[in-house]
Design a protein around this ligand. Structure first.
Ligand code: 3HC
Length: 288
């Protein structure tokens, strides 16, 4: 029931896109990674050029595997060229519905009619996007976790418009990438993981914003009492304070419910451009 996928195009080379591209190339797919921002694209290319030799040095990849993966991935700012013969497009751009809708309308025009269009959105279900295309049956969510090269789970979400063939193809791609995909048969905002994560984050931010404990101690408590690999604040730094801000603002604007407004510390850090690992400073400081 699934279709064969040979070429994948990843649109958006940021936090998620650069790793999804490399993961796909390491899994044997031909990949184009595209972004309108040349600097972000160059950073993604530099990442591939350092990550692969590091894996070889660590004994996790052979020279040949690294070379083959590198030869399968190309980087371009030209969206048309990137998507020309793609069997699957994975969109990983900013978490703003209007941006995604504009992009999908454009992708629908330039991609071959059989191309599957997937969004890596963290929260937005694909039915909010599929209606701008002439192929809603080929639109779905494929949601990776950060860092995409490492985290095993991927959420595949079937919208009411998504065909069984598209879902099975998406699941097959995830399996080929060595992931453990979970299938959501119904659309729900935030899917499984981010609904649970949001509840934890909300509580952690409340405890910090109301002065109950420092962010370091909240992180320590979660790591050592609950056994999470990192605490909520370190994790916000990893996924990006800008992402937390945009997601909360979008949700607030959509629902009008002030409970969804970003927390004061998230607003403060967003305005100061302290967006976490990507900018070298968030709650913690990082060498960039
Ligand atoms: N990119 C690629 N690989 C990375 C990496 C990165 N940023 N960080 C770590 N790794 C790799 C290392 O190379 C190493 O690989 P190896 O074992 O094969 O050599 C392995 O991960 C372990 O790395 P470290 O020993 O350096 O570090 P840790 O053991 O502390 O692991 C971590 C780092 C994997 C990030 C771990 O702390 C973790 O699992 N944290 C939780 C991450 C998480 O919850 N992610 C989900 C976020 S929510 C999300 O993504 C939703 C989205 O919508 C925003």
């Amino acid at each position: 029931m699934s279709r064969e996928i040979k070429k994948i195009c990843v649109v958006g080379a940021g936090n998620m896109g650069h790793q999804i591209s490399l993961l796909a190339a390491l899994s044997g797919y031909d990949v184009t990674c595209t972004d309108i921002d040349r600097e972000i694209l160059q950073k993604a290319e530099r990442f591939a050029d350092t990550y692969l030799p590091e894996r070889v040095a660590k004994g996790k990849l052979t020279e040949d595997q690294a070379k083959a993966a590198r030869s399968r991935i190309s980087f371009t700012t030209d969206l048309e060229q990137a998507t020309r013969d793609a069997d699957l497009v994975i969109e990983a751009v900013i978490e703003k519905l209007e941006v995604k809708r504009r992009l999908f309308a454009q992708l629908d025009k330039i991609c071959p009619p059989e191309t599957i269009l997937a969004t890596n959105s963290s929260y937005i279900v694909s039915s909010k996007i599929a209606d701008v295309t002439s192929r809603p049956d080929k639109v779905c969510n494929i949601h990776f976790f950060n860092p995409a090269l490492v985290m095993k789970t991927v959420e595949v979400v079937k919208g009411p418009h998504t065909s069984e063939e598209t879902v099975q193809t998406a699941m097959e791609v995830c399996h080929k990438m060595g992931k453990i995909p979970v299938l959501l048969h119904k659309e729900i905002y935030g899917f499984i993981v981010n609904r649970i994560l949001t509840a934890i984050r909300k509580e952690a931010l409340y405890l910090y914003d109301t002065g109950v404990a420092s962010y370091e101690d909240i992180d320590k408590a979660v790591v050592h009492a609950l056994g999470h690999p990192m605490g909520p604040f370190k994790l916000i730094d990893l996924t990006g304070i800008d992402l937390s801000y945009h997601v909360s603002m979008e949700r607030y604007q959509e629902t009008g419910d002030p409970a969804h407004k970003p927390s004061p510390i998230i607003v403060e850090k967003y305005v100061k451009k302290e967006w976490g690992r990507k900018t070298g400073k968030g709650f913690y400081s990082y060498c960039t």
